[in-house]
Design a protein around this ligand. Sequence first.
Ligand code: SAM
Length: 512
Amino acid sequence: MYVGSHPTIRQVMAGNSLISTIQYVAGTRPSFLLSEIVQYLDAPMPVDEIYRAIAPELPRLGLMATRREGDVEIKKIPPAQPLFPGNGERERTSIFLEKRELPPVLATAIEEYITKKVGKPWDDPVTVERLRKAITAQKDDYWKPLHQRSLRYTKGYSVLGYLAYHFPVYFMQTEHLLLRLFEEGFLKKSMTILDVGTGPGVVPLAIADFFSRLDGGKASVYAIEQSEEHIEAFLYLRDAFVPRGGPVSVKPPKKADIRDPLPAGLPERFDLIVFSNVLGELADRSGDPRAGIVGRFAERLARDGAILVVEPADEVNSTRMRTLAAGLEPAGLTVHAPCPLFRGTACKAPRCWSFATAPAIRPTRLMGTLARCDESYRYINTDIKYSYAVLQRAAVRRDGFRLLSPAKFLQLSKLHLHEGKRVNTIVAKMSGELGDAKTHLFKVCDGTAKAPVYAVLPAFHKTAENEALLSAGYGSVLELLGVLVRHNKAHDAWNLLVNRNTEVRGPDRHGE
Ligand SMILES: C[S@@+](CC[C@H](N)C(=O)[O-])C[C@H]1O[C@@H](n2cnc3c(N)ncnc32)[C@H](O)[C@@H]1O
């Protein structure tokens, strides 16, 4: 029986577990002692025992514990302070990104590591030939079906091949992604970060480099990796590249299989958990393990923390990742970027092939040396194209662009009612150029579409009024005023034809 409109603690306890009681009491006061809870238990438990039972759950509940003279005080974890870019930070970051170059210290450290591992100069012809073989084998393997792949990184040369071919582009890609996270308010002044399947430390090293250009902000970066060869490379590159005492502390990776329970010795709570180019590699005889793995790691996510999933941009990996991200709702995770949230709908990602691009990097000296052969194109890897999703707990609300008058714009889910007609709609640009110089093609989305939708602009229809479709960045919100709706039966997709009479309003010119 309730007294007034609120239940008493004893009433809550009667029907609920210890955890719900802790949660309930935490909601009613700023802090409390565990000894206060004891009186509400049917079978009294010592404070220490209560503490042991609830400790693993506290971060998930947004609570923290402090010992106080034989007792334990429980209070809310103060929300992490977001970090927003200032002009100096933006300028330093763009100067770095515009160079399109792996930091020279890191490029040299990779060469020196190869020399150390093989006991011969990195540019010795025998070493170079073996690196080429390792790179070719890795690429051949990548295109095999998942269960036939043998990407295990147990042999020295497979990791050296990764350093030569994949590392530079993935490192620079991560720097671009960090800038996106920074601009969108996902970075915090003091962060605890976990990189899952870290390989030779691409993500931790990029974080250390990115933070070195910020005015404030610090991070402790933890990592998990199963391959000893990768861990060895990680530690060598970290010691060569990350200054001790700097704003980012990169911890030695834990050797573990990410399909197993989390290894001991990691913090209880992370502000950012990264899965970069790893989930797509996971095969499991008993089905797709990816959602289970992300869900398990998410239990360690701070209440306002974020999970970043990154995969290659090819159609198979990209669409698999997008379906995974959209399907994580049952694990309490919602996609917050790059997908448009302005209609407030949860997208089911129907066949969504969406990726971001950035200017190609300059080949490293090592890549240039590998490419001095008949099939040089095989060893140059400079294009940055990636698919990513940022997930947060569903309960976290982010301030974003919301439509004030949704009725002014046709929802993409209603396109079938307007086939052959001109309509006004509002979308986010969700791909780089998918077409060619004659016909520009971009994936667009408003979070409601039931089939893929593309904006098509024949080059001869390009005008100053519709040019924003080409120049807007990935994820930008665009008003398309007067687009012709066409159904592409062969691909069960919708095309929005932009012609010289169409106006495309970019982010700065919304009529809302
Ligand atoms: C393609 S690499 C990506 C490395 C890095 N995250 C990046 O973006 O460059 C995939 C990494 O995941 C690791 N990995 C794959 N399956 C794993 C598992 N089950 N447990 C732990 N690590 C795993 C591999 O050893 C490899 O280092």
